[in-house]
Write a protein that binds this ligand. Structure first.
Ligand SMILES: NC(=O)c1ccc[n+]([C@@H]2O[C@H](COP(=O)([O-])OP(=O)(O)OC[C@H]3O[C@@H](n4cnc5c(N)ncnc54)[C@H](O)[C@@H]3O)[C@@H](O)[C@H]2O)c1
Length: 247
């Protein structure tokens, strides 16, 4: 549907379910990829399977909670491909914990990965982004509605939404658009504990009576990066099979 030949995508959390689907789709559309994940070994295997020659895919181990790792990813992008057209922040961590028993470390870890990581990676990549490019931050339905036992995660994702709208103002003069995707329940490793405990009830509550596929988020990311979305800026697209409206 889209031609990204000659374009470069930088993507975090790239060994995850949604980000792997994004990487595969953009690669299929002709883009070169700079992929990062805290799980560097798993990511390298994924990258070799995707592009055995390594011509169009570069990888780096990257803990998004560390700003120096973000800087290293940006340097790699510049060294391998000169500049970046699209940045998608896909890394995330979703652990259940009630607020009353949440430790300082649990709070900090969730904010560090889900919110600080988006800031660090955007800041590092902005000088490498080509004018006219696009940033897509993967937020969550939790960032709009809150999430039982995931207050730290929901607070971080809400932060991602307003961070993105604020960054939009800064990058608009360069024609760089900043948008978010807020997935609902997408079948990936991230939500397996939730599905084990509440899967049937959540399925019943979802109007489409199924969970989403990572490819259904990847398609939206491609759309938001494409010229078809050329006037969409500072927005959020929900991908949840109708759950957001009814629950
Ligand atoms: N799956 C869902 O239902 C759902 C719903 C709403 C939002 N999201 C968001 O979508 C994004 C992708 O999630 P997913 O469902 O593919 O999950 P996933 O668990 O399959 O992938 C997450 C990836 O992030 C990586 N990661 C974790 N900590 C990291 C760190 N410190 N530094 C770098 N990478 C790190 C993991 O190694 C993994 O590869 C996340 O931001 C998540 O919050 C997912």
């Amino acid at each position: 549907m889209f031609d990204f030949t000659g374009k470069v995508l930088a993507l975090t959390g790239a060994n995850g379910g949604i980000s792997q689907a994004i990487a595969s789709l953009f690669y299929g559309y002709g883009a070169s990829l700079v992929l990062s994940d805290v799980n560097g070994e798993g990511l390298d295997q994924f990258a070799v399977d995707l592009d055995p020659s390594g011509t169009r895919v570069a990888t780096i181990a990257h803990d998004v909670s560390r700003s120096d790792d973000a800087d290293a990813m940006a340097t790699l992008a510049e060294e391998r491909f000169g500049s970046v057209d699209f940045l998608v922040n896909g890394a995330g961590l979703y652990l259940a914990q009630l607020v009353e028993s949440m430790t300082d470390d649990q709070w900090r870890q969730s904010i560090a990965i889900n919110l600080d990581g988006v800031f660090y990676t955007c800041r590092a990549m902005i000088p490498k982004l080509r004018d006219g490019g696009a940033i897509v931050n993967i937020a969550s339905m939790a960032g709009h509605r809150g999430s039982f036992q995931h207050a730290h995660y929901a607070a971080a994702k809400g932060g991602v939404l307003v961070f993105s709208r604020s960054l939009m103002h800064e990058l608009a003069p360069r024609g760089i658009r900043v948008n978010c995707i807020s997935p609902g329940l997408i079948e990936t490793p991230l939500i397996q504990p939730l599905l084990r405990s509440q899967g049937e009830a959540l399925l019943r509550a979802t109007p489409l009576k199924r969970f989403g596929r990572p490819e259904e988020v990847a398609g939206v990311a491609a759309f938001l990066c494409s010229e078809a979305a050329g006037f969409i800026n500072g927005e959020t697209i929900h991908v949840n099979g109708g759950l957001y409206v009814v629950s």
